[in-house]
Design a binder for this molecule. Structure first.
Ligand code: ADP
Length: 686
């Protein structure tokens, strides 16, 4: 009866019951199947519970503290049988409630005892099976919840220094390993670098030698996880790794994100015997998947941060003011130059642009919101006489970028140049008038022979050209220096009729047909009638001049969305594409073979200047040998009629040649789509 085998049923009889022990011995078929001990009292029984954990206890009903004993052994998976004479129903109920499984009455017949033993053991086994299952489920649930939490923590963090240690800690915790580590592949994917190594308990870690910091992918067990893309499992038993370390069990899983292996997550045991299970492989693989995504995300974030810092440094280093707005016009970025020139505090970043900047020219630039990829420009004058050329570009996914180029020095140069031209022109004109006077007096002081007469006429013609040039220069300089226009409500019908009337004799001299097509209801506009007439006289006289005899010159006008468009077309020589972008520049003249047309090259520059002072725009379309069309677009009610700068045309910048550094010009939306030159050679700007 003193045998103790692990596969036998351990029976403890509590109370003095030799009859039961005998009955058990008699009932036993296989002598090895029962291991029976008998103790007289409950304290002795309890002392035996640890050294001899019973599967089944028989307890005498008469023992004192029976109920306390049943209560105390309730959590243990032990079968409980009460031995005694017949008990009352209420006693049975009370004992069952305290955990009694069965009752055995004396005398103890072996068959009956055996039957009771079987019944109770069946109950105990079932109980143990369910308890085992619950425990396994509990563990899996715990692992899953750890994984869930890990997933959340990992995906919430974007810093590798935070992510990697927590991955290793969780790997150790989940697999009950002694230590673990994360190795990440280098850029060449030829070596794995140990990024984090951790031990289960901090004390042990000081005693443990750290694995090598770098391992080749080609010839190492660690590298095999990368090469094969599969988990590596070692143990149980003692294994010497290629690093020289002795381990009892080891598990490496590849870290894979989006089909790419980033490194290896590993756990190992050097001292404890426990091998890693299939479930450990499963969970570590899952953890590896989470970890890899988190690592990749953190790396991307690091790269973006680095890129952002670089861009910020560049942005801050730029001398020109740069501002970035989102599509809601919130100021999301600005450099120091912008802060300084616009007097913005650092906290302006993140605020609505309009609440921080009150400069009217900048606000009107923002109002013009270009479409994606397009740029609009505006001249902006800031306090302290600084002038900037501000460009606003719509950038997809960002919003708007404003870059301001300081053009103060160009403005100043221009002013000096205009002043110089004006002074020189003025000063030259006076002696020239004297020369003219004396030349015209020459025939009066004595008869001139025919040669002398011819020379005098040549001198007079040359002087006439010089006077014209000087007048034009002075005119242009007056226009550019902001000399006020005499704005009034005027009728373009009247102005165009007058201009045609003036030019008609010249046109008829060259047998041209001159046609004026005006709608009856052309509305009046705000403008300087004398200057506007000058515009059309210039265009008409060019049309006459650059059209061979017998040509057709047509003037048309029409109203459209608050603007009036006037077109002067001819059937003349046309303008070569290479010259077209420059014809509105001062002194620019097209060189044509055998051409003797006289001119100063200032006519179109004056036209452009006057039109822009009216808040309008002028451009030309032409085809060599077929003719040219000049279009003048004038707003009926100019907003800033005397401001020399103009908004730029949406969408036609590609056709523009190098823009003038401080004058940009535009055509209003709506009109642009109908009127802007669409093909062939066209320009309106220089
Ligand atoms: P210019 O005094 O030379 O006429 P403009 O400024 O009026 O100066 O014109 C600049 C150049 O543009 C001219 O040299 C001429 O070649 C060209 N041009 C202007 N209008 C026409 C036109 N209607 N047809 C052909 N060429 C023209």
């Amino acid at each position: 009866m003193n045998r103790q085998r692990t596969d036998s049923i351990r029976v403890l009889i509590v109370g003095d019951s030799p009859a039961l022990a005998q009955a058990l011995a008699a009932a036993e078929r296989d002598p090895r199947s029962l291991d029976v001990r008998m103790v007289p009292s409950i304290p002795e029984a309890e002392a035996l519970l640890e050294p001899f954990p019973p599967d089944l206890v028989f307890v005498d009903w008469r023992l004192s503290d029976l109920e306390g004993f049943l209560e105390r052994i309730r959590p243990r998976p032990i079968g409980r049988v009460i031995i005694g004479p017949p008990l009352s129903a209420s006693e049975v109920v009370r004992l069952v409630r305290l955990g009694a499984h069965d009752f055995l009455l004396a005398p103890h017949h072996p068959d009956e005892v055996l039957e009771c033993l079987r019944r109770t053991m069946a109950l105990v086994r079932e109980h143990r099976r369910v308890a085992g299952m619950a425990e396994r489920l509990q563990r899996q649930l715990q692992q899953l919840s750890v994984l869930y939490e890990v997933g959340q923590t990992l995906t919430a963090s974007l810093r590798l220094e935070e992510i990697l240690p927590s991955i290793v800690d969780v790997a150790i915790h989940l697999t009950h390993a002694e230590e673990g580590g994360v190795w990440l592949l280098d850029e060449t994917s030829e070596a794995l670098h140990l990024r984090v190594h951790r031990s289960r308990d901090a004390e042990a870690s000081s005693a443990i030698s750290t694995p090598p910091l770098t391992m080749p992918v080609a010839d190492s067990l660690l590298g095999r996880a990368v090469r094969t893309g599969r988990p590596i499992l070692l143990g149980p038993g003692v294994h010497q790794l290629d690093t020289g370390i002795l381990v009892r069990s080891l598990l490496y899983v590849p870290l894979r994100a989006h089909g790419r292996i980033l490194g290896v997550l590993g756990v190992l045991n050097r001292l404890q015997e426990a091998a890693f299970s299939e479930s450990d492989v499963h969970f570590l693989t899952m953890l590896g998947d989470y970890a890899a995504v988190a690592i990749e995300k953190a790396r991307l974030f690091e790269a973006i941060q680095a890129e952002k810092s670089k861009l910020e440094a560049i942005l801050q280093g730029i001398e020109q003011p740069v501002l970035v707005l989102d599509s809601q016009e919130t100021l999301i970025l600005m450099n120091q130059a912008a802060q300084q020139h616009l007097g913005l505090p650092p906290q302006a970043q993140g605020q609505p642009f309009r609440s921080m900047v009150s400069h009217p020219e900048l606000l009107s630039l923002i109002d013009r919101k270009p479409s994606t990829g397009q740029t609009v420009r505006q001249e902006v004058t800031l306090p302290h006489h600084l002038t900037f050329q501000a460009s606003l570009t719509a950038v997809e996914g960002v919003g708007y970028v404003i870059v301001m180029q300081d053009i103060t020095y160009l403005k100043e140069l221009d002013r000096i140049k205009s002043e110089f031209v004006s002074i020189v022109s003025h000063d030259v004109r006076t002696p020239l008038t004297t020369i003219r006077g004396y030349v015209s007096l020459l025939p009066r002081v004595g008869p001139l022979n025919p040669r002398q007469q011819e020379f005098v006429e040549k001198v007079e013609r040359a002087m006439q050209t010089i006077v014209e040039l000087l007048n034009n220069l002075l005119d242009l300089s007056r226009l550019e220096s902001g000399y006020a226009l005499s704005m009034e409500t005027c009728s373009l019908t009247g102005i165009l009729n007058e201009a045609v009337q003036i030019i008609r004799p010249q046109a008829e001299g060259k047998q041209h047909t001159l046609i004026l097509e005006l709608p009856a209801d052309l509305p009046p506009i705000q403008g300087d009638p004398r200057r506007l007439e000058q515009v059309f006289l210039n265009l008409l006289s060019n049309a006459v001049k650059y059209t061979p005899p017998g040509g057709r010159i047509t003037v048309r006008a029409r109203e459209q969305e608050g603007y009036i468009a006037v077109q002067v077309s001819d059937t003349g020589v046309g303008i070569p594409p290479a010259d077209l972008p420059h014809i509105f520049s001062k002194f620019y003249r097209v060189r044509r073979e055998g051409e003797a047309a006289e001119g100063t090259g200032l006519g179109l520059a004056i036209v452009k200047s006057i039109v822009e002072r009216h808040g309008g725009r002028v451009w030309a379309e032409s085809e060599v040998g077929k003719g040219s069309t000049f279009t003048v677009l004038l707003p009926r009610h100019p907003i800033h009629p005397t401001l020399p700068s103009m908004p730029r045309v949406r969408g036609d910048s590609a056709q523009d040649p190098e823009p003038s550094p401080y004058k940009q010009h535009s055509q209003p939306d709506g009109i642009a789509s109908h009127q802007a030159p669409s093909k062939g050679n066209a320009t309106g700007e220089q």
